[in-house]
Design a protein around this ligand. Sequence first.
Ligand code: SF4
Length: 426
Amino acid sequence: MNQKVLLITPAMPQSKYSIFRQSETECTDAEVWMAVLKQYGYSVSYYDGQFSTETIEEELQQKDPAFVVVFGKLCQETAMLECCVKAKKQDPSIVTVIAGEHAQLAYRRMYQDGVDYILNGYDPVSLIYVLGGSTGRWQPNGICHKVDGVWQQIPAKPYDIRKLPHADRTVFDANRDRYRFLGLAHTASVRTAFGCPHRCTFCSVPYLNKGIVSRRDIVDIVQEIVSLQTDNIYITDDDFMTDEERVREFLAAVKEAGLHKQYICHGRPDFIASHAELIREMKEAGFAYILSGLEYISDSMLAAYGKGFTAGVNEECIRVCKDAGIRLAASFIVGPDYRAMDFRDLLRYITDHDLKYADISILTPEPGTPLYEQYKERRMTEDASQYDRCHLTVRPMHMPAPVWEMLYSMLSRRLAQRAKKSGIIV
Ligand code: SF4
């Protein structure tokens, strides 16, 4: 019996301006599920569309899989669906599956021809189940499939991340030069938690894993980091710094293991601002960059999107990172509610605060979140490839869309010039 599984992550659309433009990171979901498939005896290969020189069709020809499993974000949705159609075109008996975080939030959008299953939870055993493997006493959950031509859903349950094996790094190790993040070469991605306890209204993360935060044990995380053949680690959690005690436990475990690696993580400005000493200790332990969503420069906009802190906190966050010598990759949201002066003020803020690693993204209400419904009347497109946070998807409030887009392009260009001058992007 052909037990070959091909995992696919399609290429991401190119962004206009981003300090992450030259970064390529692993799809940890795909790598973890790859490890699970191998545990169950499947023969697995992984096609990372970010850098593969083969087309999907060529990969399908070469690998001749019985099962194709596609992972991706909202902006990759069309490409994910196309992968399923291409697999069916090559061989109608190939079983096609869509999984990953976008599938959790917006699975109904992908109830389409060419797709056999959508897995809308984190439980990887659901994949073994749909592939026909033996799952013992496991109870099916998080599976959408067609019965007599009608899509049905077995609801997903919150998943305990501690049950997952370590990611399979076969593709990462074979492509040492491809995976890099910000200034760090050969950067491995490590996920330590699902979800986020905060509720910023523009963000989809709180809706993942049924709204339940699940964290790995620090001992297990450090064991995984020890095993990685690289000195650069990107902790991909949307917010690694939610709990001072946990961060301190991580620092102590890294020290005890005698690790001298460099780390990148995400953290909120209010946590950073109120933990100056901890940030200094993180720098000493090897944290080179912290990615933080400063989001807006005014109290009113921060309040409107439920950030729960003020512009003064952002100022303090910038100061704490500077004092500690940690590079702050500060991200800002450019909203459809912007007036012309807001674009100008943001550029001035970034320049005045000498934020070398400043990134901007366009407010993009995502399907599966309340904001998507809230902006229903002003939605400009249903084309998922436009939902990459670099395209306007909501009609601007104070000016015609082409004017807003021109101001956004001007801001992007100015920031790109700054980043090039500093050697952050080429
Ligand atoms: S923006 Fe960050 S802090 Fe806010 S909900 Fe999303 S992940 Fe959590």
